[in-house]
Design a binder for this molecule. Sequence first.
Ligand code: BG6
Ligand code: MG
Length: 212
Amino acid sequence: MKYQAIIFDLDGVIVHTDEFHYQAWKKIADKIGAPFDRNINERLRGVSRMASLEIILSGTDASFSETEKQMLAEEKNNEYRNLLATMSPKDVPKETLKTLSALKEMGVKLAIGSSSKNARYILERVGLIGEFDAISDGNNITHSKPDPEVFLKAAQFLCLESAACVVVEDAEAGIDAAVAGGFASAGIGSAAKYPKCTYSLNVLSDLIGFIR
Ligand code: BG6
Ligand code: MG
């Protein structure tokens, strides 16, 4: 086997919570009159909550105090958590289940490397919390992607070197983080065509062929 572990991003890779992030930010942006569409949303992929807000606010002339920014971020998170509360195991794509179980059978370790502070809540809601050997998320990092910290922590939790792991990402910022941390990377969705990816996936299970 070429690799001993796979570190998965969560939002937009394991489940489609990336759509919920978009809907929640859209509500906030509309409320404050900031331009926001799916193109701008692409720049928020993998980026922390506060950094995402700064990107949205950069499109307006209005200025907001730190307290107002904190309130907007909290409001977005409340909207987002209301959407997350509707999730159940039915929201896990079959492709995800099939890929995780094939990788387990191959004896590969599985980890999460997500910028989100809601990662564990999401995994609990969809019934996947017990499927990973390690979870590194927004609560155990000080620097968000494209900084490699979240993936380096995941590798550390697994007691493995970066070279033994592949990072799977839908965000260009996430692929940049993988490269910076010395990891091989597999891009899917929005990141599949990013030239810095080691591997390009059409569907998640394509991974199985690449890691043998
Ligand atoms: C990442 C998402 O997984 O988590 C970003 O791709 C999001 O869009 C980031 O901003 C932080 O998420 P949360 O749930 O902590 O606000
Ligand atoms: Mg993602």
